[in-house]
Design a protein around this ligand. Structure first.
Ligand code: B12
Ligand code: SF4
Length: 440
């Protein structure tokens, strides 16, 4: 078959004022620019396990309307999207269906809402794609494509993970490539829309497979920057202590997402730095304990960790690894003081990088279900606003306008040229001092 793989790869913000501000605020656009050029690891992985008798084209779709001409002679269009671009993904599927091309879609959004997706696509893959993909191909070839494919995620082991088809990429278009070491997370945050939506179990890929993926990337990109597409990397320290010396040998630079407990292990932090870790992104979520109450649903883990925040940031950054601290603004414990509280925390804690997002109820999350029950969702099915920057719910302790305006002002204050460079300079100074102390 001729298969087209279409990742919806745009970055979206509907709030036009914020979008305009984003264009002028240095600290705000940097991370979006960086991630905007990430490829779809999901589709590359499925491409990697596709039997060689099929021919595959990989075409990124930053905006569905820009795809004026659809590729000809396709038998199957495989589409991947998150919530924000799902309407565009459905529109693309409808265009393919209209010209007789079979369509299949996957990803966390359609995993949460398979019936919605089935109104637009011939087949919907629920959950992780790998355990269903060969069946999808066989059925498409035979003309017996089913409407839904669902496999028990417990049955799929990352020890069987295929090698992603990185060779399909035009590497000149990317400034980072993604590699996944794990799926899931042992915590259960109410708003989490990451891979916990795909698998309940925390799974890890054997280190030998991770190293093999990096070695493959090295054949197409000699000095790569790797972004680990994990939701929470350092759950199993022994695993990383086995992996990190092997990364060190390969002289790469890398970034990942983790919870704060990584700071408790000095040996691990040292190994991370030696192996090229540039930055870790940590979901701090709130600079005040009130906001963390009830966020982690199993045992209030995030609230329990709150007293260690400043010390942990210091421990990580003192290794020369910068911390990108993320805050979800609008948590139920947040009042109109939250904007000043975030600003003050960023200043005192000496965070190098900060990411503020609005708390966002994504479909399939416990947060979405609760806010729906409480009648607090604004335009519950307007998926294009699930961007992390558009307000989609009624906050508990302030008005919609207060949250909206406070968030914009905080973005202006935090990401201004002056504050952004002050943060960077402060970090550089601290590093210099540290090095001179070490040298003394
Ligand atoms: C890389 C990435 C991107 C890339 C995507 C690259 C691309 N071209 O597709 C870019 C930069 C474009 C991006 C954009 C956005 N992102 Co993003 N991104 C990520 C990130 C960092 C890693 C995702 C990843 O690679 N996962 C690994 C792969 C293997 O998993 P997967 O994609 O889910 O694929 C598996 C299954 O879902 C399934 N599958 C997926 N697609 C398909 C298709 C078919 C046909 C089949 C059969 C199966 C299948 O099989 C795959 C293998 O099992 C995550 C955070 C994280 N650490 O995970 C956020 C994340 C996915 N992004 C998120 C968000 C909110 C956004 C944006 C809205 C940001 C913005 N304001 O613009 C946009 C939305 C774009 C859209 N299409 O709607 C949320 C998603 C929430 C949600 N449920 O919608 C996440 C979870 C971050 C977060 N914590 O909130 N993102
Ligand atoms: S710690 Fe992060 S990845 Fe884990 S459940 Fe919470 S938000 Fe999701």
């Amino acid at each position: 078959m001729n298969i087209g793989m279409f990742p919806m790869s745009g970055i979206r913000v509907c709030d036009t004022e914020l979008l305009r501000l984003g264009l002028t605020l240095p600290g705000f656009v940097e991370r979006s620019k960086t991630i905007a050029s990430l490829p779809s690891l999901g589709l590359l992985t499925l491409a990697g396990m596709t039997p060689t008798r099929h021919r595959i084209q990989y075409i990124e779709v930053p905006d569905e309307k820009l795809l004026t001409e659809l590729p000809s002679n396709l038998d199957l269009a495989a589409i991947s999207s998150y919530s924000a671009q799902i309407d565009e993904a459905y529109a693309l599927a409808e265009r393919f269906k209209a010209i007789g091309v079979l369509t299949v879609i996957g990803g966390p959004h359609v995993t949460a809402l398979p019936e919605e997706a089935a109104q637009h696509c011939d087949a919907v893959v629920i959950g992780e794609g790998e355990p269903s993909w060969l069946q999808v191909l066989e059925d498409a070839e035979r003309g017996t494509l089913q409407q839904f494919y669902r496999q028990d995620s417990d049955q799929y082991d990352l020890a069987n993970a295929p090698m992603p088809a990185f060779e399909m990429l035009d590497i000149s278009k990317y400034n980072r490539l993604t590699v996944q070491t794990s799926r899931g997370c042992p915590h259960h945050c109410e708003f989490c829309a990451g891979s916990v939506l795909l698998t309940e179990k925390y799974k890890q890929k054997p280190t030998a497979k991770v190293v093999a993926e990096i070695d493959k990337i090295l054949t197409i990109w000699p000095h790569p920057f790797i972004e680990f597409a994990d939701d929470n990397s350092f759950v199993n320290h022994a695993y990383w202590k086995e992996l990190l010396p092997q990364l060190k040998e390969r002289k790469i630079k890398w970034f990942t997402e983790t919870d704060i407990s990584v700071a408790d292990d000095a040996e691990l932090l040292d190994l991370m730095r030696e192996s090229g870790c540039a930055q870790v992104l940590i979901g701090l979520e709130s600079p005040v304990a009130e906001g963390l109450q009830g966020v982690e649903l199993y045992n209030n883990w995030k609230l329990k960790k709150f007293p260690q925040y400043r010390q942990a940031i210091c421990a990580i950054q003192s290794r020369g690894i910068t911390v990108n601290g993320c805050f979800a603004i609008g948590l139920d414990g947040h009042t109109t003081d939250i904007f000043d509280q975030v600003f003050a925390f960023v200043k005192d804690s000496e965070l190098y990088e900060v990411q503020i997002t609005l708390l966002t109820p994504f479909p399939g999350t416990p947060l979405y279900a609760r806010l729906e029950r409480e009648g607090r969702l604004i335009e519950p099915h307007n998926w294009k606003k699930r961007t992390l920057f558009d307000l989609t719910f009624q906050p508990a302790e302030m008005s919609i306008t207060e949250l909206h305006n406070g968030f914009r002002k905080l973005a202006v204050d935090l990401y201004s040229q002056e504050i952004t460079s002050a943060r960077r300079q402060r970090y550089k100074r601290a590093m210099k001092e540290l090095l001179s102390k070490k040298g003394a």
